[in-house]
Structures are given as structure tokens and as C-alpha cells.
Design a protein around this ligand. Structure first.
Ligand code: ZN
Length: 136
């Protein structure tokens, strides 16, 4: 089994934003030469996340961010974290910081409407994404 680790950066433009990173992850899979296996996509940040959802209709990521904002408003009575970005930490934990995708015939085996998103909850910032590709 072969294991390849790569990383790339994402520059976010707004406080909360979902950035489609499917192309960057697929490029890393392609360059790895691994045709059967899996890819783990991980973000090393406490106020961001990684998720898989629909990337065909741009209103889907918009609505996910809107719903998260309703569940966890930016300013909420009782938050104690002095940095003032507790909502971003909570959203990060709700979404999670990694996803795993199977690789078949050298491609990410995503569903027709699925894409991999980097989720920014405390931007704009320069962020990093780690990708580990395993297989043969
Ligand atoms: Zn913080």
C-alpha cells in the first residue's frame, strides 16, 4: 500500500463561507497515481471544517450556512471564550474537521451531486487543508 500526503491553502473571503475544494483534492489523488483506495481530507483549524454536500446548486451551501447561523448565532448570552468567536468553534465541531472519500479508477468516488467543501466559520483567513491518499 502506498501513502501520499499533500497540503494546499484556501483563502477565504468572508466570515462564513463554504469553498468547493473537490478539484484540488482530485488533483492530489490524480498526481498520487493511486487508483484504488481512499483519501482523507483534514483541516487543522478549530474554527473551520470539512464537509461533503451538494455542489451543483450554490444555494445549498448558502442554506447550510444560514441554518448553522440560526443554530449557533455569533453573539450568544453565556459564551465565555474571550476571543469572541465561540460560535465558530461550535460550528467547527458540528461540521467536523475531516472527511474520507473512496477512490475508484483513480477518481474520488463521490455521488453525482456531491462535492467536498472547506467550511470557514471565522474568516477571512488563509487556511490549510491536508490530504492523505492511501491505496494502490
Ligand atoms: Zn477562539
Amino acid at each position: 500500500m502506498k501513502i501520499i500526503q499533500q497540503q494546499f491553502s484556501v483563502s477565504t473571503k468572508t466570515r462564513c463561507q463554504m469553498v468547493d475544494i473537490t478539484g484540488q483534492v482530485q488533483s492530489i489523488v490524480g498526481e498520487s497515481g493511486i487508483t484504488e483506495g481512499d483519501a482523507i481530507v483534514f483541516c487543522p483549524h478549530t474554527t473551520a471544517g470539512i464537509t461533503i454536500n451538494e455542489n451543483a446548486d450554490r444555494s445549498v451551501p448558502h442554506d447550510i450556512l444560514l441554518a448553522l447561523e440560526k443554530i449557533v448565532p455569533e453573539h450568544q448570552a453565556g459564551f465565555q471564550h474571550i476571543e469572541g468567536n465561540s460560535d465558530a468553534h461550535v460550528k467547527s465541531s458540528i461540521v467536523g474537521c475531516s472527511e474520507q472519500v473512496l477512490i475508484a479508477n483513480g477518481s474520488l468516488n463521490l455521488g453525482t451531486w456531491q462535492g467536498i467543501f472547506f467550511c470557514e466559520f471565522d474568516g477571512p483567513r488563509n487556511r490549510r487543508v491536508f490530504v492523505q491518499v492511501r491505496g494502490q
